[in-house]
Each structure stands twice: as structure tokens, then as C-alpha cells.
Design a binder for this molecule. Sequence first.
Ligand code: F6R
Length: 610
Amino acid sequence: MCGIVGYIGTKEATPLLVDGLKKLEYRGYDSAGVAVLEQMQRRISVVKTVGKITNLEHKLAECMPKGCVGIGHTRWATHGRPSDVNSHPHQGCSADFAVVHNGIIENYLELKEWLVKERGHEFMSETDTEVFAHLLEEFYEGDIVNALRKTLSKVHGSYAVGVVAAQEPDKLVAARKDSPLIVGLGEGENFIASDIPALLNHTRDVWFVEDGEVVVLTKEGAAILDKHDHEVNRGVFHVDWDAEAAEKGGFEHFMLKEIFEQPEAFQKTLSGRIQEGKVRLDELNFTTEDVERWEKVFIVACGTAYHSGLIGKPLIEEFLHIPVEVDIASEFRYRNPLLNERTLAVFVSQSGETADTLAALREAKAKGATTLAITNVVGSSIAREADYTLFLWAGPEIAVASTKAYTAMLIAQYLLSVYLGQVKETIPEDKARAILEALRQLPEKAKQLLAQKELYQQLARDIRDAQSIFFIGRGYDYNLAMEGALKLKEISYIHAEAYAAGELKHGTLALITKETPVIALALQKNTYEKTLSNIMEVTARDAMVIGLAEEGDTEIAKWVSQAIYIPKIEDIVSPVLAVIPLQLLAYYTAVERGCNVDQPRNLAKSVTVE
Ligand code: F6R
């Protein structure tokens, strides 16, 4: 998804902007560009290109714009294919303004027609964003903030925008609605960005900009203005991640680093939340009346976050004794779900910016449901709009494929379900105790699993040439199998499918041959024998089977080509550990196949379009 950076200060802007853009690469992009205000000449120089930031650096090496104010952008195409001319920044006819934009201007065609037909503007690109630059030009009367306000009043849709104007070389202005934007506060310099990693080399003090607000930066100061142009007194958020946390830190890829960060992430997600046998979630503070009022729970999310919800569902049903539905966010709104004040609607999202999840949250809120966000990103739209938020505290996740955020989402849902069960007094004490004890053991047990990486490298060599791979399991294992299949396909591009193990014989078994590896999860004791029979069904068709079982299971090794053992843990908590081998297998298979692990083709980290 698009990334924005902006700088105003006393240093050369171009290298700073390029550095910031590099830190936003994880968001996915297809082109990049910068606009720098050459203050003496009151001129804006734009350099932009399709492709990776290295392409931009090559162009900049030939003509580096000089100046201490500028904006930069990485684009992920929505309106208009990836091309040099469609890349941002965009300018109007006179080149007096430059604009970078993340989001979608929904009424751009109508505005473009008015600008072309009635006002004689000429357009260069196919983008919605270019309309923005022409509108600024149209409304500019010597005050860029006024021109920005007028422009914002004309556009419908979502935006985070950064703007520089040649006539006002001592200002950088910005605004947001439904797309992330932060301000970085420095000494004699200030910044805007889509996300914190872009700023960490320069400042740790940030403001989160809210919808409808306009930002005015000079090198000496920064102000956020509300829609009545009153200055907002926004609290400073001090980022205490070390710079390392947003970098690869010695690992070959962010994904591998993030897989290995899981023991620490587990610790953080759990931190302070289990006390004397009780779950303590201060940020929720639900009363017994609140919890008793709910007759139904929805869990709504996309992709990996949705998979975490599939595991959350049986937990909440068991501990709260009420039905739970799990929905894909992009489907949820369109089926008119039964939402009212007796519903708890839980929205799970690593980024907190996923457009479909945000839209579903708004729908639930409008219909009177209590909304609860589970997210990793402080200041994200979903976190800000939900009635309650449970943060994952997993640290920034850079690789497109989610790993540590998934396991943190699972832990958050174990905590939430036990917490709600304790508030309502519907979870048996011994059950709660067993789960909380299992959660406490997770960091140590995850470290044991991570120590066996050679095994997964070997297995990756065994499966790297497969055309298709099946993941099978029952109950929690089946829910986890879906995540294993998604992880493998998104980064290795091998077709992978998850099946409820008992369902294979109803059709899919026809696809099993000796060329089709099967990853079989057999961790749930209540269905163990049945899963074993399903494993026998596939071995009888000569499939190569990799079995995941609990340490001490001597039976499974007789039926599979390779057994992977998970440290003993309470059955229902086992997905948090069992996903680690699946993540590593996907990772090493992608590496074996020479894929771009951190930025798989066609995918973006944060999906802010519906
Ligand atoms: C897959 C993956 C995606 C995301 C999905 C939702 O590895 O990361 O499927 O889970 O795009 O993203 P968030 O959690 O940011 O809402």
C-alpha cells in the first residue's frame, strides 16, 4: 500500500526522503518518487519512476534535487497502471504544487471533468491523485492551508496527503481521512509519514493525526488543526522500540526475524495480563452486566487475522456459552448480519488499517453492537474507532506474510475468552488455570521449537518442486491448517489447500498422488485416532506425509515420512506452537524456490482498499 514521507528542516531533503521510503517498502509498492522544494528558486523538482526504490536512486544520482523541504511516496497502483507518469508526486499545470496521496478519491472522474471542461486544466496521468494537485492550483489564493481546506471539501474518499507549494517554501502541509498519517517531531525539523519505521532514524516523538485534521509543519514548529482551524493539543507518543526493531537485525529476511521474535512477542502480549489466576485486561474493564447482555459474538477479519478468529470462535463459545460467528470482513457487510446492542463484534487486524475490516467495524457500530478491536498498531484507524481495543504489543511486523502478529492474535483471543468467561463466571476455574499456565509456558516452548531450523530446511528441499500441497487436520488443527496453507502459498507460490481431515474422502482424495505432499496435523487428542486413519488414507495413495504431533507420540512416525514434534502443551493452546513449524516450512520453501519472501508478488502489507 502507498507510503508517504515528508521532511522540512535544515538538512538536504532528498536522501532523508529516500531513506524514509525504504523503511516503508514493507507496505508493498510498484513505483516511487520525491518532490523537493528548491527554496531559492521557489521551484519544485520532481523525480519519480516505476519500479523499486533502487530505480529512483539511479535517477536521483543523475539529477539530485537540492532543498530542505520535500515529500516522497511509494505507490501501489489503484487508478492507472504502474508507470513513471502515474507515480507520485503529482503536480498541477503550473508545477507550483506537488502532492503525495495514499487512499482513493472516489469522485475524481467528476472533478476531472469539471477541471478539464470548465477550467481548462490539462492532465498528465490516469490517477485520481492528480485531481488533487489541480484543485489546489484552482483554489490557491496565497494561502496553502486554505487551498488545501477547499480541496478537501471537494473530494470524497480516503486520503492521507502531503503537499508542498512553491510560493510557500517554508511550509509542508498534510491532511488525513481514513488513511494513516503521523507527524514526527524533531529539533529544527519535522516530518510526516504513513508509519513509524520511516521516522525512527530521526525522531521518536510522534503525533497521530486524526480524520479531518490538517497538519502544518515548518522547520521550527508543527501544528494540527481541527476542522474549525483550531489548533489541537495532541499528546506526544514516544516510540520506545529500538531502531533495530524495525530493521532486519542480522536475519536474511524480515519474515525469518519475525518468526524468531515470537517468544519475545508472546511475552509482551501476555505481559501484566495474568495475575493471581485471573486475566486482567485493564483496557476493557467490562462489567458482568456488559458481558451478560451479549447474546452473540462476531469475529470479523481478513486473511491471517481471519484464521486467528477461527480459533477464537470455539474458545469464546466454550467459555462464554454463547454462539460466535467468524466472518471474512469483505463478506460481512453485504450479508446484513444480525447486529444490535446485544452483540459483541470483535475486529482482528494486525495493521488496524484493513479497509474491509474498518468498514465492517463501522457497520457494527452503526447498528449498536459493542465493538472491540484486536490490533498491533497504536493509533491505527481500527484502534481509534472501536469502542474498546486490545493491543497485541507484538512490535512492528514488516514482512508481508504475517507470523508473530498471528500468534499474538491467538494469545489475545485466549486471554479475551478466559477474561470474558471469568467476568461472566462461566469458565470452570480449573480450565482457566490450565490455559493460563499453558500460556505462561509458551515463550520457553517456542524457543525449543525454533532451535530445530535445519529440519525445516531439509523438508523444504523435499517439497520445493511440488505443484500442490494439502494440509489436513481436525478441530483446532484444521483451523491452523488453513493458516499453514495460506502461508505456504503466499510466499512460495505453491498451490496449497487446507482440508478438514475427515472431508478428504468426500472428493479431494482424488487429487492425492505420490506427487502431492500432505502436511497432517495430529495434535488434538479427542480426534487423534480419526486423524491417524485419515493419514493412512493418504499414505495408501503414496503421498509423502509430514506429520505434526505432540512430543512422545511414537505412533505417528509409523505412518508418515517425517514427524515434527511439538513440545507438550494444553491441546487448545497447541496452535500457537504448531504454527511455528508451518511458518518455517513456508519460509524455507520460498527461499529454496528463490522467491521474494518479504514482498511476495501482487501482495501488500496493509490493504487499505476494499
Ligand atoms: C497473510 C497476511 C494477510 C493479512 C490480511 C489482514 O500473511 O498477512 O492475509 O492477515 O491482509 O491484514 P490485517 O491483519 O492488517 O488486517
